[in-house]
Design a protein around this ligand. Structure first.
Ligand code: EPU
Length: 437
């Protein structure tokens, strides 16, 4: 198991650039199956979810090729059978439902895996595909879809603005017969990015990024392909911003879209950080000697609300603030599994269902903790930046799903931080001693 070791107390300074957004890259890899001509995704980070997507593409018959930071995606004939171990490896496997249905006519797929953030049904994906003519059977944790007559355009209202379901239905609609109108669609930036990719390949889409999306389908695969540079990762950008707030110092995040994390930057200002933003970079400054302001209430929501993925990062910041703060996650039931790790480091926190209560200002100390999920794991690494002594975050693979090398990123900013891929005897002794405490 990988471990990240952080020794707290270093002020951060420097510049950093986020990689391409995981949550754009994953649907884009799936969407490449819809294109009749070759596609290239540029600047794709080496994340384990990307590796799992490439394995899934190969398993269904495609032939993606990694060339340095780029991924080449030649057109291929595919089957609709997704191996269980690949479907279970990540939530992103759900993005293959629509492309495989379009290209293979049938899909058989175990239900997708991913972070254990609470129940993550796919009923909206299935209801939308059903409305477009798919025949669906669900049995024993797997789903089977077929569409002998092809998908047809329809008007469909999403019962809630699911990011994943909006992407599924956008991809399906792009290749359906006739016009589809999606109402109540998610508006996250990754939706507009996927729409831009599909448009590049010949799709006719209007309104992506708004609650009403209209698509004129191509009645089969999209005629084109092309080269696409996915969006910069707004959650990685928020992670670096949060690191500056937790550790103190001055960090500039370059080549990003500050507007895509506006609610997080507003939160940092409210907590007492100095934040200045331009069109494609922002800087967070915090004097490590001055405590942050707590007494903050945050509630996550769909775009443009406070992003659920940034909630654990905000919690790591609020541990440094005086007073009682509370974060409510409106999207997922179990967003705050990282609370146990915070508590092991001396934080006064209490997770109560969707709510995290934080009594900030407690002096944190190093501890051996476990990453419970991707963003919770990142938040524990951030908390370690402010802890006295050494923190070891044991990670069974969650953090690599979303950050190519979080420890290396923080190290470039001056953190005392390393990723321990093989655990040394010295570290084993340290972890053992910490776990005895
Ligand atoms: N939902 C349903 N039925 C559905 C689909 C969703 O009830 O058919 C519910 C979910 O259970 C959840 C809510 O709707 O309570 C929102 O889920 P959504 O579909 O919007 O999320 P997702 O597509 O499963 C993506 C990201 C998540 C991110 C959320 C919200 C990917 C692979 N994942 O998940 O990212 O938290 O949108 O923005 O794109 C992460 O990066 O760590 C991560 C979890």
């Amino acid at each position: 198991m990988e471990r990240i070791r952080i020794t707290g107390g270093r002020v951060l300074t420097g510049k950093i650039r986020p990689a391409a957004a995981k949550n754009s890259v994953l649907p884009l890899l799936a969407a490449s199956l819809l294109c009749a001509k070759p596609c290239v995704l540029r600047g794709v980070p080496r994340l384990s979810d990307v590796d799992a997507s490439l394995a899934l593409l190969r398993a269904v018959g495609a032939n993606p090729v990694r060339r340095g930071p780029d991924i080449l995606l030649p057109p291929a004939a595919v089957t609709g059978r997704v191996p269980p171990e690949l479907a279970g490896a990540m939530r992103g496997s759900v993005f293959y439902l629509a492309p495989l249905l379009v290209r293979a006519g049938t899909v058989e797929m175990p239900l997708p895996g991913g972070c254990r953030l609470g129940p993550r049904p796919i009923d909206i994906h299935l209801a939308g595909l059903g409305a477009m003519g798919a025949e669906i059977t669900e049995e024993e944790g797997a789903v089977r879809l077929s569409c002998p007559g092809g998908l047809k355009g329809t008007e469909f209202v999403l019962r809630l603005p699911s990011v994943g379901a909006t992407l599924t239905l956008l991809m399906a609609a792009a290749c359906a017969r006739g016009i589809t109108v999606l109402r109540g669609a998610a508006c996250e930036p990754e939706i507009a990015d996927t729409a831009a990719f599909l448009r590049m390949a010949g799709a006719e889409i209007e309104g992506a990024g708004t609650p009403v999306i209209t698509v004129r389908g191509s009645d089969g695969p999209l005629p084109g392909g092309g080269v696409h540079l996915p969006l910069p990762d707004r959650i990685a950008a928020a992670t670096y911003a949060a690191a500056a707030a937790v550790a103190g110092g001055r960090v500039t995040v370059e080549q990003c879209r500050p507007g895509h994390l506006a609610s997080f930057l507003r939160f940092l200002r409210t907590a007492g950080c100095e934040v200045s933003a331009g069109p494609d970079s922002f800087t967070v400054v915090r004097d490590p000697e001055t405590p942050l302001w707590g007494g903050i209430r945050l509630c996550t929501g769909a775009w443009p609300g406070f992003a659920t993925d940034t909630a654990p990062l905000a919690a790591a910041v609020l541990l440094q603030a005086g007073g009682e703060s509370r974060i409510h996650d409106a999207l997922f039931q179990n967003r705050f599994a990282c609370a146990d790790g915070f508590a092991a480091m001396g934080a006064k926190v209490h997770a109560d269902g969707r709510d995290l209560h934080i009594w900030g200002g407690a002096r944190l100390h190093g501890a051996a903790v476990n990453a419970p999920d991707l963003r919770g794991g990142a938040a524990l690494v951030l908390a370690g930046l402010a802890a006295r002594g050494t923190t070891i975050v044991a990670d069974p693979g969650h953090i690599r799903r979303g950050y190519q090398d979080l420890a290396a990123d923080l190290k470039t900013l001056g953190a005392h931080c390393a990723s321990l891929k093989t655990i040394s005897d010295a570290t084993r002794k340290t972890v053992g001693a910490m776990q005895m405490r």
